[in-house]
Ligand binder design. Structure first.
Ligand SMILES: *Cc1c(COP(=O)(O)O)cnc(C)c1O
Length: 505
């Protein structure tokens, strides 16, 4: 108290305003010329003011986009023009308008006519947990650097393990995205199944994985990072329904084996990204058990179906997988990036990055679960667990059921609409909220139809009222929607088809 009083009596910029020690620390910062910027930047009052303003702006943004008062999903601009705009803004733009300008120049995933990539309209409460994570900035690598978030991460991953049908021996981690989670799972798989310890000794044998030709490109990339090369990526052709052709598995396995490749893992997509079609997880589980190889499920998009009473059947057999990936930022309404990577036998996850070959035998599962970076690729990471925990605590798991079920239902309804219209066709009966379709016209050749559909999509993008994407399947150009927004209705989808027809005519 004495100190406070003495210091306060000295003349300073705060002489009228601050009575407390906190004020004195800021005063010291202000008094030192060198730290003027820091003092301004760390000012709680500045934060309070800008924070309140931003929360108001974002609340308006949610309201305006969800209720379509903002009619455009995207204000399309060419990359070079956008680059020039922001270069100029750094020099001449108005500081006051920075946040609102960023909002205006961004794609609005909360708009019901955003029906494009697999990015979710985040729950507003996760904007708050993201702010909490950024403010506290607990680095998570060791327990002390994320006391609450580490314990919460264990609770959340245990919870999802249970929902997936795993047992008490299972556990998981949260990591930064499906891409990194798939790589991590394959590293674990190699440690667990390969006959040589590549982690310590480097590659000795030619190793390989089996995966559908329809799998997400990140599986291929992970395999290449691991040094498997072309020969080590056994791409299994898909059926006419775009899922992995199970009847080819044995033949492909034996073929690889006879050319000296040791297969250590097989990956099932749940579902694959382009078509939204699920591989037959039960059949893959059976095959992997027979060959004693690792079974990994890439459920980045649709693993969340474990929460849907109606669509749980799509992931039948998922509990037999050795590892599972589920993105929080796709079908679980969380901000990018947060991904759950779950292991049927939690011990295997402790071995992923461990030097000791006999680690599994020596250490118990309880050992060190709280020092999470031992099991994650990342060292520092965000407190992602608080998104999952806050949603569960605030709304309960029913919200995931509502979300997944509503969107998958809409996927089916949209396909019905498309099929009912002679100007359109679907690529395949959908199994999720992803639907590939195209405009058709008997008068056009296949080549003309492809280029017309490409033009339709470009025109929609430039107009910005709807946002949809496109994909090529077996040489055919399809328009593609992923219905991510629970506020998208059948009416919006009808309007989309109408808009496409207007483009053509
Ligand atoms: C989106 C996706 C990925 C990649 O996940 P990110 O979180 O974007 O890194 C991997 N696999 C599938 C099946 C996906 O849909």
């Amino acid at each position: 108290m004495k100190l406070t009083k003495q210091r306060f009596n000295k003349p300073s910029v705060f002489a009228d305003g601050f009575f407390c020690l906190k004020g004195l620390i800021l005063q010291q910062l202000f008094n030192s010329y060198r730290l003027k910027k820091l003092a301004e930047a760390y000012s709680p009052e500045n934060f309070r003011k800008r924070g309140h303003d931003l929360v108001d702006q974002l609340a308006d943004h949610f309201e305006n986009t969800i209720q379509e008062k903002n009619t455009k999903v995207i204000h399309w601009s060419q990359p070079k023009d956008e680059h020039v705009f922001w270069k100029d803004y750094l020099e001449n733009g108005n500081q006051e308008n920075l946040f609102s300008t960023i909002i205006d120049h961004s794609i609005h995933v909360h708009n019901p006519k955003y029906i494009g990539h697999q990015v979710t309209p985040t729950l507003p409460i996760t904007a708050l947990t993201a702010m909490l994570s950024a403010s506290l900035n607990n680095g998570m690598a060791v327990y002390e650097m994320g006391v609450a978030a580490s314990a919460i991460e264990r609770i959340v991953t245990d919870y999802i393990c249970k929902k997936a049908g795993y047992t008490i021996a299972s556990n998981g981690i949260l990591t930064s995205g499906g891409t990194l989670a798939n790589l991590t799972a394959l590293l674990t798989a190699r440690k667990a199944k390969a006959t040589t310890n590549v982690w310590n000794q480097g590659s000795v044998n030619a190793l390989g994985i089996m995966v559908s030709e329809e799998a997400h490109y990140c599986v291929d990339r992970a395999a290449r990072i691991m040094g498997l090369g072309d020969v080590g990526i056994i791409k299994i052709p898909s059926t006419s329904n775009f899922n992995m052709d199970i009847s080819l598995l044995n033949e492909e396995y034996e073929k690889a084996k006879s050319s000296g490749i040791e297969i250590f893992a097989i990956i099932g997509s749940a579902p694959s990204t382009s078509t939204g079609i699920y591989d037959d997880l039960e059949a893959i589980a059976e095959f992997s058990a027979k060959k004693n190889i690792w079974f990994h499920v890439d459920g980045a998009h649709g693993g969340a179906a474990i929460f849907s009473k109606t669509y749980k059947h799509t992931v039948k057999g998922i509990e037999k997988a050795d590892s599972i990936v589920i993105d929080g930022h796709k079908m679980m309404m969380m901000p990018a990036l947060t991904t759950a990577l779950l292991f049927k036998d939690g011990n295997t996850s402790h071995a992923t990055f461990s030097q000791k070959a006999d680690y599994l035998l020596e250490e118990s599962k309880e050992e060190d679960w709280y020092n999470i970076a031992k099991r994650t690729f990342e060292c520092t990471k965000t407190m992602a667990s608080i998104h999952w925990y806050t949603i569960l605590k605030t709304y309960g798991e029913e919200i995931f059921d509502e979300y997944v079920t509503t969107l998958y239902n809409l996927g089916h309804q949209f396909a019905e609409m498309v099929v009912a219209n002679p100007n359109f066709e679907i690529a395949v009966e959908p199994a999720s909220n992803i639907v590939c379709f195209r405009y058709i016209n008997d008068a056009l050749s296949e080549k003309e139809t492809n280029s017309l559909n490409e033009k339709i999509r470009q025109s929609l993008l430039e107009k910005g009222e709807f946002y949809i994407v496109q994909t090529k399947l077996r040489g055919i150009h399809y328009l593609r929607v992923t219905i991510m927004n629970p506020f998208t209705t059948k009416i919006h989808l009808q309007q989309l088809l109408k808009q496409i027809l207007a483009e053509v005519n």
